[in-house]
Design a protein around this ligand. Sequence first.
Ligand code: DC
Length: 212
Amino acid sequence: MSTPHPVITIDGPAASGKSSIARLVAQRLGFTYVNTGNMYRAVTWAVLQAGVDPQDAEAVRSATSSILIESPVVEGQTQVCIAGHSLTDADLNSDPVNRAVSFIARLNEVRERLVAEQRVLVLLGPLVMEGRDIGSVVFPQSPHKIYIDASEEVRASRRGAQGHADQIAERDRLDKQRKNSPLIVPAGATVIDNSYITLDQAVEQVIAALKL
Ligand code: DC
C-alpha cells in the first residue's frame, strides 16, 4: 500500500536526538514534522488529569476510549490538542508524564487509536514522522526509513541537560520489551549512531541516506 505523499520515518530510543534531527530534516525539505511521542504523552496527560492510575489498564482503556485527539499544523509541525485544549511542552514533558507514558503506550487500544491517527496525517502532505514504531508498524512500506541510536551514557546526559531526570533506561526497557510494536530497527532502515557527531552532521547523514 503506497501513500499519497512521501513519509520519512525516524525511530530510535529516548533522548537519542531524533526529535532535533527530525525537526531540522523536515525544515530542510519543507515537509511537515510529526512527533508521535507527543501523541502518547498527550493521552498520558489526559489520563493523569482524569485522576486515573496509569498502571490500571482497564481504567485507562475506559478513560481514553472517547478522548478527542487533534493534530493541527502550526509552523510546519503538528501540535497535540485533547478535547480542544492545546498542550504545551511543559504539559507533555512533566515528570508524572515521563514516568507514566510507557505504561500507557503499551496498551493495544491506545496504540491502535494513535496509529490510525498517524496514518491519516499523510493526507496533509509530505511528512517527517518520528517515534518508536513508525518504520516498523505505522508506515512499513515507506522506502525512507532512518533509525537514530546513541549510547546509554550519552542519552542519559542529554536528557539531564534538558532538565529532565527521568529514567530513560527503564523507559527503553519497557518500550523494547512490550508485546505490541516494540522498539526495533525497522527492516530496511539506515542506522545512524548519533553518540559523537554534531546535530548538523546527523542531519546531513539523514539527508544523504534518503533517495527522494
Ligand atoms: O519520543 P518520546 O520519548 O517523547 O516518547 C514518549 C513515549 O511514548 C516513549 O516512552 C514510548 C512511547 N512511544 C511509542 O510507544 N511509540 C511511538 N511511536 C512514539 C512514542
